[in-house]
Design a binder for this molecule. Sequence first.
Ligand SMILES: NC(=O)c1ccc[n+]([C@@H]2O[C@H](COP(=O)([O-])OP(=O)(O)OC[C@H]3O[C@@H](n4cnc5c(N)ncnc54)[C@H](OP(=O)(O)O)[C@@H]3O)[C@@H](O)[C@H]2O)c1
Length: 256
Amino acid sequence: MEQWKGKVAIVTGASSGIGREVAKQLALNGMTVIGCARNQSRLEELSQEVTGASGKVVAIKCDVRKEEEILSMFDNIKTQFGGADVCINNAGLGRVSPLLSGTTEDWREQMEVNVLATCIITREFVKQLKERNCDAGHIIIMNSIYGHTVPAEAPVHIYSATKWALRAITEGIRQELRMMNSEIKITQISPGHVYTEIFERAFNISKEEAKNIFDQIASEALYPEDIASTVLHVLSSPPRVQVHDMKVIPVTANLY
Ligand SMILES: NC(=O)c1ccc[n+]([C@@H]2O[C@H](COP(=O)([O-])OP(=O)(O)OC[C@H]3O[C@@H](n4cnc5c(N)ncnc54)[C@H](OP(=O)(O)O)[C@@H]3O)[C@@H](O)[C@H]2O)c1
């Protein structure tokens, strides 16, 4: 991680779960992390938690469904820090909303957060790197094992569709970067089940009920730390190496 010390990373969805841990680990490794999410007080808590580290977390409230808030976040980053070098597109959600009976609003939210916001944020990220004549950036897209399979255990098919879309988008961005002769890297990480708030939010259930679901899938699911260490590994690769796609799943998972 030496090459990224003192550099700036954006982490979307830094208020909870995987994004929170990724933001924390990047700050502990000397990066200035722009932690973005809607829940500002949780972001501020994280920022306090890493006080004294060689890096820091700067909280920026941003609803990634609102393009104007994304653009204003980038303006803010430019004014305060000159720009960003790493972009972790992590904000995401699932909704139990079947294709044949779910609501359009549930589908729209997943499409806007998981897919559209990732595209807008990545476009703006590459734009500001180009403006700075900087070619050493790294984009990471938080995909899912459900971007590789279609789940049979719950009607989260739009969620799965958003993640399949991200696979095409990851490869599409890689191709466009090559066409620009750019050395900016893009990597997709596809976790299996990770203990976070994702089920509580998706099913609108308690932490205990969510734990029961995790337990049915694996005797021990992954922890956010497992994905954060994958991010550090990917970012530490030498300039010639692009880790394109990493599946990280619990050893005891009985799905996928
Ligand atoms: N946990 C798993 O088993 C698992 C497996 C595979 C992939 N993933 C992926 O990992 C990523 C992180 O999920 P997680 O498991 O850490 O879930 P989580 O604990 O529910 O965290 C989701 C994060 O996304 C943010 N977010 C949601 N809507 C947003 C919006 N409109 N604007 C800005 N931020 C928004 C939330 O922040 P606010 O609510 O504060 O806005 C929160 O920080 C997602 O892309 C998910 O698909 C998770």
